[in-house]
Write a protein that binds this ligand. Structure first.
Ligand SMILES: Nc1ncnc2c1ncn2[C@@H]1O[C@H](COP(=O)(O)OP(=O)(O)OP(=O)(O)O)[C@@H](O)[C@H]1O
Length: 264
């Protein structure tokens, strides 16, 4: 599924948070959204997921404006994994993952055998089979995060939008999740702070600063010392080995004015 973000802007309380953002994620691509704290990554993802109404522009899935889909229709196309969620503490892990089937179920129908197979596969995919009957409030932060990704997988969406999914995950699960996102046929748009993981696993990167796209392209073109200095205010050494793999070494904060990441 192709996702078009067409000249999207979002203004709240007279403050422009996102302005003129325009890009396409083509079918099957894994695109990383990077940028400093407050640069607008979450807001943009929420616009792309239909959770925020852009004040300008439009979001389209396969050319169709998402305003025609409604929440259920959107959930049949894409899954959203947010930074925070309001999950009831007494739900079991398997029940949380089962919520991924909601967009496909009649209101009064229980889970059928296909739903159960899909849920079991999603649990297994995220290494949660042994935790299926544990209650949500007893999980560690990383286990909760993996449960949310499993819920998104159970939705069997055409596209997955994820906001900082690596938070709370140890390095093994970070690598596994990024490998999974890179390998899937689904269209993926993921906000990540770890530039090395973004470089390694994303087909393309979109660098946001103050609510606007500052750079877009393959990681090698976006992750330049100059871009990182201008946007993050850091001094970074970037080298590329013979296989094209980037190594990113942060040397320190660049001298200069304090960075301000949202538009004024
Ligand atoms: N409802 C709101 N009302 C006012 N300001 C908001 C609202 N939502 C977001 N903002 C502001 O918009 C800016 C962008 O926030 P957003 O969460 O999109 O950034 P981000 O790039 O995801 O940041 P982070 O990396 O810290 O998660 C921030 O300055 C934030 O305070």
């Amino acid at each position: 599924m192709r996702i078009d973000v067409a000249q999207v802007g979002w203004t709240v309380r007279n403050k422009t948070i996102i302005e003129g953002v325009d890009f396409t994620v083509t079918s099957g691509e894994t695109v990383g959204l990077i940028g400093p704290n407050g640069s607008g990554k979450s807001s943009l993802l929420r616009c792309a997921a239909g959770l925020l109404k852009p004040t300008h522009g439009a979001v389209r899935y396969d050319g169709h404006d998402i305003r025609v889909f409604g929440p259920r229709g959107i959930a049949q196309h894409i899954a959203f994994v947010g930074q925070t969620s309001h999950t009831a503490g007494e739900l079991r892990v398997a029940d949380v993952v089962a919520l991924g089937r909601t967009p496909f179920r009649d209101r009064w129908r229980g889970l059928n055998s296909t739903d159960r197979l899909i849920i079991d596969a999603a649990l297994a995919h995220m290494g949660l089979t042994g935790l299926a009957t544990r209650t949500w409030r007893t999980l560690s932060g990383g286990e909760q995060q993996r449960t949310h990704v499993a819920r998104a997988l159970a939705q069997q969406p055409w596209g997955i939008l994820l906001d900082e999914p690596l938070n709370h995950l140890d390095i093994r699960y970070q690598l596994e999740l990024m490998e999974m996102l890179a390998a899937t046929d689904q269209t993926v748009l993921v906000a990540v702070h770890d530039l090395a993981l973004a470089a390694r696993f994303c087909d393309r990167l979109i660098l946001l600063n103050q609510g606007k796209v500052t750079a877009e392209g393959i990681p090698h073109d976006v992750l330049t010392a100059e871009n990182l200095r201008n946007v993050f205010g850091t001094e970074t050494e970037i080298t590329r080995d013979s296989g094209g793999r980037l190594t990113i070494s942060h040397r320190g904060v660049a001298p200069g004015p304090e960075s301000s990441s949202t538009p004024g």
